[in-house]
Design a protein around this ligand. Structure first.
Ligand SMILES: Nc1ncnc2c1ncn2[C@@H]1O[C@H](COP(=O)(O)OP(=O)(O)O)[C@@H](O)[C@H]1O
Ligand SMILES: [Mg+2]
Length: 502
C-alpha cells in the first residue's frame, strides 16, 4: 500500500496565486476526484506533482518520504504517471512505437527489440482491459483509443500513481463509460488515481473521495456516496447555483437561417461540411452536438463569413448571404460567439471597453460618425461587466490580462448586448465556471423568448441537451441525426456522435 501526499503546496505566477497552501492525499486502490472550475489551479498542482513546475512552498511525500523532483524523469522514477489534457503521441508512429518511445527495450547489439515491446504492450493491455492493436498507427485510431495508448504508456513505465487531467473532455458518452470501466480496473489492480474534472456528475460517479479547489485553495472535500451535484457546485463556485435551465416549450416562428446543400472545405481543401441542409426558426434554439472535428468549426465559420462556401446556399432572414463578408453578416443582425476567442472574438491588446464596442464603434450611440463618445462606451462596458460578472480590476485593462473564462464573458456580453435575429454560438461556455454558465444559459433562453433564432454548437452534450429545442448531430461532415429536445437520451445522441447508423 502506497500513499502520495501533497502538503502546503503554494505556487505563484505573476499576479496569480495558482495554488494556495494545498494539501492532498491519495492511496493505492483509491480514486480521488479533484474538482474545480477552470482556472482553479488543478493543472498547476498536477504539473508540480509531475515535476514540470517547482512549488514555491510545500512538499511532496511518498509513503511519508519527502521527494524532490527536478523534472518529469524524477517523478516517473518515483512511480508517478500523467495522462495530459492534450495527448502527446506521435501521429505517424504505431501504438507500440509510441508506448516505448524513450524507453525502448534493446536487444543484443543495441538493436531495439520491437517484438519484445509488442509483447509487453499486449500484456499490459490485456491485464488492464485496455484493448488496442499494437500495430495500429495513432492517426488512424479514434481519440478514445489514443487515450488508452497514453494509459498503457504510463503503465509501461511502472506508474503506481496515475494522474488524469480532464480525461473525459475529448470523449463521447460511450467512451466515457468505457473509460470509467478502465479506471475501476486500475483501482482494483491497486493503483492510486487522481481524476481531474470540472463535471459534477462524473466526479460523483467514479470517485472514492472528492477534493474541491477554488481559486487556488482547497475549499473542502466530499463523500461521493452522500454528496449532491448542488452541494459540489456550491463548494466549487462559492455560492448556490441553478444547474437546470428553466425554459418553456418553444414556439418557433418563421425560418431565419436556412442552409441548403452546404459544402465547406477545411484548411487542407478536404470536404469538412458535406452537403448539409437544415433551418433555424425564430424563437427556437437548435443545438449541434458532435465530437470535436466533425465539421462543426467549418460550418460555423461558413455561416459567419469567415470561410468560403464551396457549394450550396445560406440565407438569413430571407437574404442570400452565401458569399457575404463577416461585416455584412454582422449587419444582418447576426451575433457570433466564436470558438476561438483569442483569434476571432477579441482584440487582445485592446481594453475591455474597446472590445465591448468593437462591432458598433462606428455608429450611434458610441459615435456620431465623426467623433467617438467614450463616456457612453465606458458606461455601457461597465454595465455589461457588472451584469456578466466579468472578473477584472476595471474596464480599462487590456483583454489579454483576463483569464479565458472572463474573456469569453466579454464576448458573450457584447454579442448579446444588441438586438439580433440570429445568434450563432460555438462552445458558448467553454472555459467558464458553472456560476457564469448559469447566467449565459439564462441569457440564451431569454434571446429565444424575445424571438431570436439560435444555433448553438457545443461538444458538451449536457449543454446541448439542456438548451436545445431541436438537436442535430454532426458526424463526418454530415447531419446524421435529428431529435426533439427533451425527447432523447444522452446514450442515443452518443451513438449518433460515434457514427452508429440510426
Ligand atoms: N504558466 C503559467 N503562467 C502564468 N499563469 C499561469 C500559468 N499556468 C497557469 N496559470 C494561471 O494559474 C491559474 C490556475 O490555472 P490552471 O492550473 O491551469 O487551472 P485549472 O487546470 O484548474 O483550469 C490560472 O489563473 C492560470 O491563468
Ligand atoms: Mg486544467
Amino acid at each position: 500500500m502506497a500513499t502520495l501526499e501533497l502538503r502546503g503546496i503554494t505556487k505563484r505566477f505573476p499576479g496569480v496565486l495558482a495554488n494556495d497552501s494545498v494539501d492532498l492525499k491519495v492511496s493505492s486502490g483509491e480514486i480521488l476526484g479533484l474538482l474545480g472550475e477552470n482556472g482553479a489551479g488543478k493543472t498547476t498542482l498536477m504539473n508540480i506533482l509531475y515535476g514540470l513546475y517547482s512549488a514555491d512552498e510545500g512538499e511532496i511525500l511518498i509513503d511519508d518520504v519527502p521527494q524532490s523532483f527536478a523534472g518529469p524523469g524524477d517523478a516517473i522514477a518515483a512511480g508517478i504517471g500523467m495522462v495530459h489534457q492534450h495527448f502527446m503521441l506521435v501521429p505517424v508512429f504505431t501504438v507500440t512505437e509510441n508506448v516505448v518511445l524513450g524507453v525502448e527495450p534493446v536487444g543484443p547489439g543495441g538493436v531495439i527489440n520491437i517484438k519484445e515491446a509488442k509483447r509487453e504492450v499486449r500484456e499490459i493491455s490485456q491485464r488492464y482491459g485496455l484493448e488496442v492493436d499494437p500495430d495500429a498507427i495513432i492517426e488512424d485510431i479514434p481519440v478514445g483509443i489514443q487515450q488508452r495508448v497514453e494509459i498503457i504508456k504510463v503503465l509501461f513505465r511502472n506508474a503506481e500513481f496515475l494522474i488524469f487531467d480532464e480525461p473525459t473532455a475529448v470523449l463521447t458518452p460511450q467512451e466515457i463509460e468505457e473509460f470509467f470501466g478502465i479506471l475501476n480496473g486500475l483501482r482494483e489492480a491497486g493503483k492510486a488515481i487522481i481524476f481531474i474534472t470540472h463535471k459534477l456528475k462524473e466526479v460523483i460517479e467514479v470517485s472514492d473521495d472528492i477534493a474541491v479547489l477554488r481559486r487556488g485553495a482547497m475549499v473542502g472535500g466530499a463523500d461521493p456516496a452522500t454528496t449532491t451535484e448542488a452541494d459540489l457546485a456550491n463548494l466549487m463556485v462559492g455560492r448556490p447555483v441553478e444547474l437546470v435551465v428553466a425554459k418553456e416549450d418553444s414556439e418557433p416562428g418563421a425560418q431565419v437561417l436556412t442552409v441548403s446543400d452546404l459544402v465547406v472545405l477545411d484548411d487542407r481543401d478536404q470536404v469538412a461540411v458535406n452537403s448539409i441542409s437544415f433551418d433555424v426558426k425564430a424563437g427556437e434554439i437548435v443545438g449541434v452536438a458532435g465530437v470535436q472535428g466533425n465539421g462543426q468549426t467549418e460550418l460555423v465559420e461558413a455561416l459567419t463569413g469567415l470561410r468560403g462556401v464551396a457549394a450550396g446556399t445560406v440565407t438569413i432572414g430571407g437574404k442570400d448571404v452565401t458569399h457575404a463578408t463577416p461585416r455584412q453578416i454582422h449587419e444582418s443582425s447576426v451575433a457570433h460567439v466564436p470558438e476561438d476567442r483569442q483569434r476571432s472574438g477579441l482584440v487582445m491588446s485592446f481594453s475591455i471597453t474597446e472590445n465591448m464596442v468593437l462591432d458598433g464603434y462606428y455608429h450611434e450611440p458610441y459615435s456620431s460618425g465623426i467623433k467617438m463618445d467614450w463616456d457612453s462606451a465606458r458606461s455601457k462596458a461597465e454595465e455589461l461587466v457588472e451584469q456578466y460578472d466579468v472578473r477584472t480590476p476595471g474596464t480599462e485593462v487590456a483583454a489579454n490580462t483576463l483569464s479565458g473564462g472572463n474573456q469569453q464573458k466579454v464576448i458573450v456580453a457584447r454579442e448579446f448586448g444588441r438586438d439580433v435575429q440570429l445568434v450563432v454560438a460555438s462552445q458558448p461556455t467553454r472555459g467558464i465556471d458553472v456560476g457564469s454558465i448559469e447566467y449565459i444559459h439564462e441569457r440564451i433562453v431569454e434571446e429565444r423568448d424575445q424571438g431570436a433564432a439560435l444555433l448553438i454548437v457545443s461538444t458538451e452534450l449536457d449543454e446541448v441537451m439542456a438548451l436545445s429545442d431541436r438537436i442535430l448531430v454532426m458526424f463526418d461532415g454530415k447531419v446524421v441525426a435529428e431529435y426533439r429536445g427533451g425527447a432523447v437520451t444522452a446514450e442515443e445522441i452518443g451513438l449518433a456522435m460515434a457514427g452508429a447508423a440510426t
